[in-house]
Design a protein around this ligand. Structure first.
Ligand code: NDP
Length: 291
């Protein structure tokens, strides 16, 4: 743990992510030794968006490092919806594929919703399938979206109390804001979700014991919006002058907080770690190893 001031702990996402990956690796090794079979993650990339290619390469590398097989399927940008759905059907029924991830965004002519809905919910390692979203809202989900799950893991690893805390989330997207709100609610936080139409935003964020910023606007959360001693999880990834910065004005805010994630090196590394964790969970679901 690194202190950024006498009172503040800078959350080390790289360290926590490495520890999650190590746990996954140990379990993958055990399963492989016991069964003689490995675990596999299929990643589908349509087109050649440079950022998506980087993400897919990182996922491929992370997979290999924990001893899983990474199966990359790259389709041309003009792939038809039917071709893509056919590939997903094949991956759904392939025994060696435990997890399926379709890299987003898809080219415009493809219907993201239809494509994601086609993935077998038990192989949906992104946790975006409506069945898994429904299970999450009922507190029954085993496959939860990776970035929100990563935020909770950071809070837990740093023993930041969730029960009874007022958690304020700025952002209500399906991939971050809403699922993290649900997860915090299930952990008995009192949850407030803010968005672009929220009135008196600073007044609300100033009441947060836990503040989660998932907005996509550089340095949006300023010092006056933060309560003394709050724990801040900054999900934002914004490129400013060729540098990555978060949604929180870190330099001017950190010494007011008890815990804070930096960008980069906070939530970012957790997303891929939780993807690997989800692939392991998917394997266990498919082999009925979860009670
Ligand atoms: P979205 O653009 O889907 O959602 C942004 C949310 O912020 C919306 O709910 C929007 O409100 C809200 N918002 C926008 N402007 C304001 C404002 N002025 N006041 C209050 N709320 C506002 O983004 P994502 O959830 O996909 O991503 C958020 C950030 O997290 C991005 O920087 C993204 O890059 C990053 N990210 C990082 C990941 C990681 O691995 N670390 C993974 C995923 C995302 P409304 O709904 O009203 O429009």
């Amino acid at each position: 743990m690194e202190n950024v001031s006498d009172m503040t702990v800078k959350i080390n996402g790289k360290e926590v992510a490495a520890s999650v990956r190590k746990d996954v690796k140990d379990e993958v090794e055990r399963i492989t030794a016991q069964t003689g079979k490995g675990l596999g993650l299929a990643v589908v990339l349509v087109g050649d968006d440079p950022a998506s290619k980087v993400y897919v390469r990182l996922k491929d590398k992370a997979c290999t490092e924990v001893g899983m097989t990474s199966m990359q399927h790259t389709l041309p940008a003009n792939t038809s919806q039917n071709n893509l759905l056919q590939l997903i059907d094949e991956l759904n029924s392939a025994e060696e594929v435990n997890g399926i991830l379709v890299q987003l965004p898809l080219p415009e002519h493809l219907d993201e919703e239809v494509v994601l809905d086609r993935i077998d919910p038990n192989k949906d390692v992104d946790g975006f399938h409506p069945v898994n979203v429904g299970l999450l809202s009922q507190k029954l989900a085993k496959l939860m979206p990776c970035t929100p799950a990563g935020c909770i893991e950071l809070l837990d690893r740093y023993k930041i109390p969730i029960e009874g805390a007022h958690a304020v989330i700025v952002g209500r997207s399906n991939i971050v804001g809403k699922p993290v709100a649900m997860m915090l609610l299930h952990r008995n936080a009192t949850v407030t979700v803010c968005h672009s139409r929220t009135k008196n935003l600073a007044e609300i964020t100033s009441q947060a014991d836990i503040l989660i910023a998932a907005i996509g606007k550089p340095h949006f959360i300023t010092r006056d919006m933060v309560k003394d001693g709050a724990a801040i999880i900054d999900v934002g990834i914004n490129r400013v002058d060729n540098k990555l910065v978060g949604d929180v004005d870190y330099d001017n805010v950190h010494d007011k907080t008890s815990f804070i994630t930096p960008v980069p090196g906070g939530v970012g590394p957790m997303t891929i770690a939780m993807l690997l964790y989800n692939t392991l969970m998917a394997y266990k679901i498919q082999h009925k190893l979860l009670v």
